[in-house]
Design a protein around this ligand. Structure first.
Ligand code: ZN
Ligand code: ZN
Length: 266
């Protein structure tokens, strides 16, 4: 069985990943992948916004690192992308970023439910104790819905990220998922099966089976991503992710070049 493209991985420029793009590419070749895409955390309009991304001035260096990996591993298809933080009001900034390099795709992710709280940040775990979990999930999915509606992204990243630490609301979140998925279906953007969740306290792929079933019934395309922050994480648990996708009914996945999708048999 050939594994799908791993479209989500990082570089040391984001300050919390190890290994150079050439090391990620080498590992991808070793485990038999034929395509990967780098999608490091995008710069923000202000470099001091947080401490877990490249600065605006490092964008060219990022592209050069990816180009070096492409040169050293011609047998591997290597795409150039970004994982872009979606915050309401950042649309013009994201459009500017899009115009600066010949990107293959953008993954749109919501990490921030306010300018001050990135809900997946372990250093801010105590914030969850001060808040009602359902309220956080509501804000998160409202933002994720806006991200889809913005049409700025080919892929929406780790769609049910708020489950990362295993803190889940008692309420049924299906209506929140539905609202986002209807927006995604309308604009035609994909969601990713992100295996990093298996390496976090939630111990589950993003998104959950229930979520993925809803997505399948709305004909929302999928991609696969390890969200690797180290070379050995490239392609990690991909056979589990493929099994999950197939068991829900998916027979296709997407790859991207120059922001154009192409369907590939799964
Ligand atoms: Zn990261
Ligand atoms: Zn992310």
């Amino acid at each position: 069985m050939s594994l799908p493209a791993d479209l989500h991985m990082h570089t040391p420029l984001c300050r919390h990943a190890t290994g150079e793009p050439v090391d990620y590419a080498r590992h991808a070749v070793e485990i038999g992948l034929t395509e990967i895409g780098f999608s490091d955390h995008s710069p923000m309009p202000r470099d001091d916004f947080d401490n877990w991304r490249m600065s605006d001035g490092q964008l060219d260096e990022y592209v050069a690192k990816v180009r070096r990996a492409q040169k050293e591993f011609p047998q591997l298809q290597i795409r150039l992308a970004l994982e872009v933080d979606y915050l309401p009001g950042h649309e013009d900034w994201i459009r500017q970023l899009a115009a600066r390099q010949p990107w293959d795709y953008f993954i749109g992710s919501v990490h921030y439910v306010s300018d001050a709280w990135d809900i997946d940040n372990p250093a801010k775990l105590s914030e969850w104790k001060k808040r009602d979990a359902f309220e956080v999930w509501q804000i998160y999915f409202d933002r994720l819905t806006l991200a889809a509606e913005s049409k700025l992204f080919e892929i929406i990243g780790h769609a049910d990220l708020p489950k990362k630490f295993g803190i889940r609301p008692a309420q049924d979140c299906t209506p929140l998922y539905e609202k986002f998925l209807n927006a995604a279906a309308k604009v035609g953007c994909a969601i990713e099966l992100n295996t990093a969740g298996l390496r976090k306290p939630c111990q589950e792929i993003y998104p959950s089976r229930n979520f993925l079933e809803l997505a399948f019934h709305k004909h929302i395309p999928i991609t696969f991503g390890s969200d690797a922050h180290a070379p050995e994480e490239v392609g990690m648990n991909f056979s589990d992710a493929v099994a999950l996708a197939r068991s829900v009914g998916y027979t296709e996945t997407l790859r991207f070049k120059s922001r154009q999708p192409e369907a590939v048999w799964l």
